[in-house]
Design a protein around this ligand. Structure first.
Ligand code: ARG
Length: 463
């Protein structure tokens, strides 16, 4: 059992199957917890000192040794031993090498079970605070800046991917800005549930020494402490919640990516993706592929998979710590790493995208104003259902005559309904007029979109 922390109960004759050793080991990936592990250990040493379990010299030696280990990790001189099962064992083994027997006191009352749960929460909090928060805000900013600058651009809005009604490009951009704003809010809410300290839960029963958990929690910047030691060591809901959050976020980005992939085809040609985010074909010289967007779309699938996979690991686990929980890390790291790239590439694509305003305007056609014709009748007192039926007939008439609906004469319209008694009806054949009808909060008129932009700006500013 070659120097394992837990070797005592096994005889010297014990030999471990090397495949089992690899199977059990997590250091290849959990070494990225090295800094939070050291942070947690320094705090724990301080709490042990306060509880009278370490004297001042021992505590100082431990903290000094831990600082040396931190330097070794930073300068990439830390040597991982084959018998180091995980980062916690490795750091403790190294501490004993550096400072001798006082190093063996650090683990008093602590278990790797409460240690790893604490480390992972510290690590995730740090990723949220140092990266995810900012990356998300950055994309929202890009969207609202564009929305402000490109307010004049109109394009077809689609339902069922069929041409529906004209909308402002800025309205479209704001729709995603709002989704991502909700994602930001969700992130901050789940952060509260991440930032809870399990340390002091021991292996499962708690800590038998007079450790001040609130003091310990303050030292590490936690907001609160877990209320039950069994739960403290085994609760990975914060991981599942984060993975679920990431799934929701990535599905928003995937839908946006899908729109832009469609809009960037020659058939649509609404947008041009910058060279920096496009690739060519090794065979077809003319190709310009939106690989960045496609990968954003694909990452969503992968992230959902990690969420589902780790949820299946948890389902059916008996109470308290089980080694199955070690699987939390690869899922979490993979999702965070992929989100890092996804969020940054998405911000890059959105900020460098070119919108072809003539194309988006040119894609509008007067049949998309059929609803407006119905609204014209409604404004003259016709019940909407009747107006809808009347305009349906007008659409059919235009189709039968192979005419643009806007080219029908007042007489044509009057042949279907006598309510068309006012020549001003022709004013509706105007896309700007069409979008400007939607003055209601949340609508696509200039004023209503401006309000969205202003509201989003204020939310970001006072977040
Ligand atoms: N490497 C382990 C993990 O990630 C640390 C906890 C090990 N605890 C145990 N009782 N074997 O979950």
């Amino acid at each position: 059992s070659g120097g394992k922390l837990w070797a005592g109960r096994f005889g010297d004759q014990r030999s471990i199957d090397p495949v089992m050793e690899r199977f059990n080991s997590s250091i290849s990936y959990d070494k990225r917890l090295c800094y939070v592990d050291i942070l947690g250990s320094k705090a724990y040493a301080t709490a042990l000192f306060k509880a009278g379990l370490l004297d001042q010299v021992e505590c100082a030696d431990i903290c000094h040794g831990l600082a040396t280990i931190e330097d070794e990790w930073r300068s990439e001189t830390f040597r991982i031993n084959p018998s180091d099962e995980d980062v916690h064992s490795a750091n403790e083994r190294r501490l004993k090498e550096l400072i001798g027997s006082a190093g063996g006191k650090l683990h008093t009352g602590r278990s790797r079970n409460d240690q790893v749960a604490t480390d992972l929460r510290l690590w995730l909090r740090q990723e949220i605070d140092q990266s995810l928060d900012g990356f998300l805000v950055q994309i929202i900013q890009v969207l609202i800046e564009r929305a402000q600058d490109e307010m004049d651009i109109l394009l077809p809005g689609y339902t069922h991917l069929q041409r529906a009604q004209p909308i402002r490009w800025s309205h479209y951009l704001c729709s995603y800005a709002w989704s991502l704003w909700s994602d930001w809010q969700r992130l901050m809410q789940l952060r509260d549930r991440v930032n809870v300290m399990p340390l002091g839960s021991g292996a499962l029963a708690g800590n038998p020494f007079p450790i001040d958990r609130h003091y310990l929690s303050d030292l590490m910047g936690f907001d609160s402490i877990t209320p039950n030691s069994l739960l403290g060591v085994s609760d990975r809901d914060f991981v599942v919640e984060f993975l679920s959050w990431a799934s929701i976020l990535s599905s928003h980005l995937s839908r946006l990516a899908e729109d832009l992939i469609i809009y960037s085809t020659k058939e649509f040609n609404f947008v041009t993706i910058a060279d920096a985010y496009s690739t060519g074909s090794s065979l077809m010289p003319q190709k310009r592929n939106p690989d960045g967007l496609e990968l954003i779309r694909a990452k969503a699938g992968r992230i959902f998979g990690q969420m589902a996979g780790f949820s299946m690991v948890l389902k059916g686990l008996p109470s308290a710590y089980n080694k199955d929980l070690q699987e939390d890390k690869e899922a979490l790291f993979d999702v965070v790493d992929n989100l890092f790239c996804t969020l940054q590439v998405a911000a890059g694509i959105l900020s460098t995208l070119k919108v072809n305003a003539e194309k988006t305007l040119g894609a509008l056609s007067s049949d998309m104003l059929a609803t407006d014709l119905a609204y014209h009748l409604v404004r003259r007192g016709v019940p909407f259902r009747d107006a809808h039926a009347t305009v349906g007939k007008i659409v059919a008439m235009a189709e039968n005559q192979h005419k643009d609906i806007a080219a029908l004469t007042l007489e044509d319209l009057q042949s279907i309904s006598s309510v068309f008694d006012d020549p001003s009806v022709t004013n509706i054949w105007n896309y700007e007029h069409s979008v400007e009808q939607y003055q209601v909060t949340g609508g696509t008129s200039r004023r209503a979109v401006q309000k969205q932009i202003d509201d989003l700006k204020a939310l970001l500013e006072f977040r």
